[in-house]
Write a protein that binds this ligand. Structure first.
Ligand code: ADP
Ligand code: ASP
Ligand code: MG
Length: 436
């Protein structure tokens, strides 16, 4: 059984929803994961923000604008009076819920309920549309099988035990529709898998049911060799390994949610990145293998803070790095890059929630310097220990730009540079023109 995920643009209008059956083959048993219509989750974030700041008038006006948009969508999508009425009821229900938060105490728990409405709307409306055109389908509530544990980690076994019986209940149905992004957390509350999380949903479901393939349908023909929003003349990459794709996703290639590769990798399920606007395009195939001896792609991750701890009594004393890392562990702050010298260690973080506390505690071990507004540039390819020349080519391409940190050799497929965010565009373009 395949899992097909369609992103926000792919369900971004009534016309786009109607086109999905050009791609989905209703003769084949499959699970279709839908995102919210494009723009909706951003709108829901704004509505939540308005409630959090107690600006109820702003929340009400944002809700009214979004509701108008959905009413226009069903006018185009649902042509029969009875299905149109059903669509209308669905919209009324979800928007009444959004408005109801004006009367209650508003906490992050309610905020997450708001964020969940986009996927609930898109899947329910699409399900009604399929009913209208006579294509049998079952709507599976993701909240019944997608769950995270106390560490906010999704539980694949829970998907297997909860979703399999739901599928078995409908042996004669081919098409199962479900929501991306949303889940329940360890407390049973409505939660989500973070922004862009529908990719993660698809991969988790793929893992949970040991799917034959996961397809991520989006608005571009696969993973490109550089960020197409910044660099022109980027090209799709035909093949990537799970490790390479994970590295690119983590370091900023927005086409994939950072964690979405891991469940598929664990169960060796091939992932295809495909273009809804051009279904015949080859896209990118992510599997265990990949083309060797090649630089494949460049990605960039903004919002990076560099932390340098300098101490003359440092590295020679064993246990120093452990003590430094323990500080970050205590504050549940993950480290992306590390470089060390005899007298200093530099590392990077992207979550600065506890930077004040971390800086104070590190102060016990040496002097601490903080640099904000940095970007990690990640070059991915096959450069194992026996290969040569790759690092030189990368550094040659950025020789006119100050580089704050370099990380190479951590794995066989990654070289990372830390630069000022103001230099990012130039670094991406210069690497692109010299490496490809
Ligand atoms: P969806 O809504 O379908 O999940 P996203 O907007 O999350 O789509 O991801 C697709 C977008 O990712 C593309 O439109 C493109 O602008 C952006 N993107 C960033 N880096 C890359 C890359 N290396 N390759 C392909 N797309 C990328
Ligand atoms: N709708 C969610 C978001 O915009 C999830 C997704 O599209 O993947 O982040
Ligand atoms: Mg996405």
């Amino acid at each position: 059984m395949k899992v097909l995920k369609f992103g926000g643009t792919s369900v971004g209008s009534a016309a786009r929803m109607q086109k999905l059956l050009d791609i989905i083959n209703p003769q084949e048993r499959q699970i279709v994961v839908l995102s919210a219509m494009s723009g909706t989750t951003n709108n829901l974030v704004e509505i939540g923000q308005a409630y959090l700041t107690n600006d109820k008038a702003k929340a009400a006006s944002l809700i009214a604008i979004l509701k108008d948009k959905y009413e226009a969508v069903i006018k185009e999508l649902l042509k029969k009076p009875e299905t149109f009425e059903q669509g209308k009821e669905v919209i009324d229900y979800h928007f009444r819920l959004l408005s109801s938060f004006a009367n209650d105490l508003f906490t992050p728990i309610e905020d997450k309920i708001i964020l969940a409405q986009g996927e609930l709307l898109s899947t329910t409306l699409y399900h009604i549309y399929l009913k209208e055109i006579g294509v049998p389908s079952v709507l599976l509530p993701a909240l019944d099988f997608m769950k995270t544990d106390e560490d906010s980690e999704p539980i694949v076994d829970h998907i297997t035990t909860e979703l399999t019986p739901l599928l078995d209940k409908h042996p004669d149905v081919n098409l199962f529709i479900t929501q991306g992004f949303i889940c329940r957390n360890a407390f049973g509350e409505i939660d989500n898998l973070r922004r862009g999380g529908s990719d993660y949903t698809a991969s988790l479901i793929g893992a949970g049911i040991r799917s034959e393939e996961v397809q991520i349908w989006t608005d571009i023909d696969g993973m490109h060799n550089n960020d197409p929003r910044i660099v022109s003349n980027t090209k799709p990459i035909a093949q990537l390994s799970f490790d390479e794709a994970a590295e690119l996703a983590y370091f900023g290639a927005k086409i994939l949610h950072p964690q979405s590769v891991f469940p598929a990798q664990k169960y060796k399920i091939p992932v295809r990145l495909l273009n809804t606007m051009d279904p015949q395009a080859a896209g990118t195939l992510i599997t265990n293998t990949s083309e060797t001896d090649k630089i494949k792609s460049i990605a960039a991750k903004d919002g990076i803070t560099a932390v340098k701890i300098q101490s003359s009594r440092m590295l020679l004393a064993h246990g120093f790095l452990r003590r430094v890392f323990e500080v970050f562990e205590r504050y549940r702050t993950s480290i992306d890059m590390i470089t060390t010298s005899e007298v200093a260690v530099s590392l990077t973080i992207d979550d600065t929630t506890y930077l004040g506390e971390i800086t104070t505690e590190l102060g016990a071990y040496g002097s601490v310097d903080i640099d904000v507004n940095h970007t990690i540039i990640c070059v991915v390819g096959d450069f194992g220990a026996e290969k040569h020349g790759y690092a030189a080519r990368v550094l040659e391409a950025v020789k006119h730009i100050p580089v704050r940190m370099i990380s190479y050799g951590g794995s066989d497929h990654n070289m990372s540079l830390l630069v000022k965010t103001e230099d990012k565009v130039e670094v991406l373009r210069s690497l692109h023109s010299r490496l490809f």
